[in-house]
Design a protein around this ligand. Structure first.
Ligand SMILES: [Zn+2]
Length: 197
């Protein structure tokens, strides 16, 4: 008989993958990597554990990638909180002056004037899961305060991305080719931001 919940470890090359196996009435084997880096697998009591181990192993690459991403995100969050604390205490901090946001917008915006876009207002907020967002109707762009710790090129990318939404309020092909005109290397800039929350 299987217990309802057990911890298991499989060896994926040089790395061990620890996961929590839960027995449930589910159809397939389900695997989830959570932001706290724990791995949860649920499977029907009928499925043999060796089969579940094999399944987890077959997902090793995906799991290790996800773990790396969550680790980088946790690190970035920690660093940000540390810098925020320093800034609040009036100590020297790596956080840029928020004025950099309007400075960058002022540099980029002129290229968008021919498209009839009014200069948007910039709002700054600390956001959990996105770097920027926009409200086309209200003419505002919201930028994540955490961008203040990222390279200028990345802030420029987010500003261009949001400005392009004023013409294409979606992530269609047209949106991306429109953005490419203004920033041919946007993919590299975006890639840098991945997993840095
Ligand atoms: Zn977007």
């Amino acid at each position: 008989m299987n217990t309802k919940r057990q911890e298991r470890t499989v060896c994926a090359g040089e790395k061990n993958i620890k996961y929590i196996l839960e027995r449930k009435q589910v159809k397939n084997i389900n695997l989830r990597v959570r932001p706290d880096s724990s791995i949860k697998v649920s499977a029907s009591p009928r499925v043999d554990v060796s089969q579940i181990d094999d399944f987890v192993l077959s997902k090793a690459e995906f799991i290790l990638k996800a773990l790396k991403r969550f680790e980088a995100a946790a690190e970035a969050e920690e660093k940000y909180q540390r810098e925020l604390g320093k800034a609040k205490a009036g100590q020297e901090s790596l956080l840029a002056d928020p004025a950099i946001f309007t400075e960058i917008l002022d540099e980029i915006y002129p290229a968008f004037i021919p498209y009839g876009i009014a200069r948007p207002k910039v709002r700054i907020r600390t956001m959990k899961s996105c770097w920027g967002s926009c409200l086309v109707n209200k003419g505002t762009i919201t930028l994540n305060r955490k961008l203040l710790m990222q390279p200028r090129e990345c802030i420029e990318y987010v500003v261009v991305h949001e400005l392009c939404h004023f013409i294409h309020p979606n992530h269609s092909k047209q949106f991306y080719s429109f953005m490419e005109q203004f920033m041919p290397d946007w993919k590299e800039r975006k890639a840098y931001l991945n997993g840095r929350f």
